[in-house]
Design a protein around this ligand. Structure first.
Ligand code: AMP
Length: 394
């Protein structure tokens, strides 16, 4: 019977789970992945596929069994126990916020859990959902080691300048800092580039994580030096349903119009970005297929502001040697990559259209001043690796 590591990524309406087998030499092999989606809705569903992509289960679950994240975690636990021989040796969790201090994954004990709970005010929509499965597993299976891996940790290498807003210092002391997110994705990219393109890693890389959440990161010598995301996952580039850069005066205006905190929060997290601009939706496939001028407007806005963000990160490093696209849009939407790179032609980026259409890995021409690549991210694998490392005491 081989050891396994379970990886959990719990959001407000879904719990994603991935199981890795620990092989000789601590190699990790993905065995299955799935999710409970529609938590809290009238149509929650459980889906899982094996490593070959074959469906293992796909069915509705009773809304009362997935009313909230702890409920849904029980569904995941029950289904997994029927498909596992033995319990996992450890569970790794994606936790959005490691606060100002936690720059590495940590084994969870009471003190760590209390500390992570204290960061809830920094990420009120995400942190409670991330921590809920940790509590359920601690209660039901206290013997299983659990490890928290943070989206903020990779960015703790930022210097004070990158970490600050132009606010009075007391806000910084109270935790209002530019934390940055998507760190697990960027960490994986650095690891992958070290294996496949080691010559680019010592240089100046901008990595663009273009998924439903969108950010870009300036990486010099393998370390994050700046990110377009800051205090929350709202700042920076336009996203599927979040606006990115916004004049804070707009929020004040909304308050003056009588919108409540919760209404503004819902708007900013769920109804803006590509969805808000297009009035159609947040899925880039749908927008690319549409001939509605609003879909065009949304995609053009996206390309412009992402290009602007990428160029801006060059200021953190005195230039850009390598640009890497990743995540759902970055890996799959050749037209969006082309539109972004067209706006960066003045930096010396020249795209190879045929390579771009094939999604890389290299999508720039041989004489492009900046090498442009597509690299598939794998946040689950990096969480599994960290979890195994912590359990092994590494
Ligand atoms: P992620 O958050 O990384 O899962 O990315 C999700 C987003 O990627 C979706 O909302 C789509 O907008 C986009 N996406 C996924 N697949 C494709 C595709 N084949 N072409 C264009 N966009 C895609």
């Amino acid at each position: 019977m081989s050891d396994t590591i379970l990886v959990i990524n719990a959001g407000s309406s879904s719990i994603k789970f991935h199981l890795f087998e620990v092989g000789p030499g601590d190699t990790l092999t993905a065995r299955l992945g799935g999710q409970v989606e529609g938590i809290g809705s009238s149509h929650p569903r459980l889906r899982a596929r094996d490593a070959a992509g074959q469906t293992m289960i796909e069915r509705d679950i009773a809304p009362s069994h997935a009313a909230d994240v702890p409920n849904a975690q029980e569904v995941v636990g029950m289904w997994l126990s029927g498909h596992l021989s033995g319990v996992p040796m450890a569970v790794g969790h994606r936790v959005v916020h490691g606060g100002p201090d936690l720059s590495e994954p940590v084994l969870i004990d009471d003190a760590v859990l209390a500390k992570l709970e204290s960061y809830t005010s920094l990420a009120p929509l995400h942190q409670p959902n991330n921590l809920a499965p940790i509590r359920v597993i601690r209660e039901r299976r206290p013997g299983i080691a659990q490890v928290a891996c943070f989206d903020t940790a990779f960015h703790r290498s930022h210097d004070a300048l990158a970490d600050h807003y132009a606010l009075p210092e007391r806000f910084y002391q109270e935790g209002v800092r530019r934390y940055g997110f998507h760190g697990l994705s960027y960490e994986y990219l650095v690891q992958r580039l070290t294996q496949t393109l080691p010559e680019v890693v010592p240089g100046r890389i901008v990595a663009a994580h273009l998924g439903n959440g969108v950010s870009a990161c300036a990486i010099r010598a393998g370390k994050s030096v700046d990110s377009t995301m800051g205090f929350t996952a709202l700042e920076g580039l336009p996203m599927g349903t979040r606006p990115g850069r916004l004049d804070p005066g707009i929020v004040l205006w909304m308050m003056n119009q009588g919108m409540t905190h919760d209404e503004i929060e819902h708007l900013l997290y769920h109804d803006c970005g590509l969805k808000g601009l297009s009035g159609i939706g947040n899925d880039v496939r749908e927008l690319l297929a549409s001939d509605d001028p609003r879909a065009r407007l949304a995609l053009d806005y996206f390309a412009w502001r992402v290009a602007e963000g990428i160029a801006g990160l060059g200021c953190a490093m005195g230039g850009i040697d390598t640009l890497v696209f990743t995540a759902g849009i970055g890996e799959n939407a050749a037209a969006v990559r082309a539109a972004i790179c067209a706006r960066l032609a003045w930096l010396g980026i020249a795209l190879d259209d045929a390579r771009n259409a094939q999604h890389g890995p290299r999508i720039s021409t041989a004489d492009s001043r900046i090498g442009v690549y597509v690299v598939r991210t794998n946040e689950e694998l990096i969480i599994a690796q960290h979890t195994l490392d912590r359990v092994r005491g590494r």
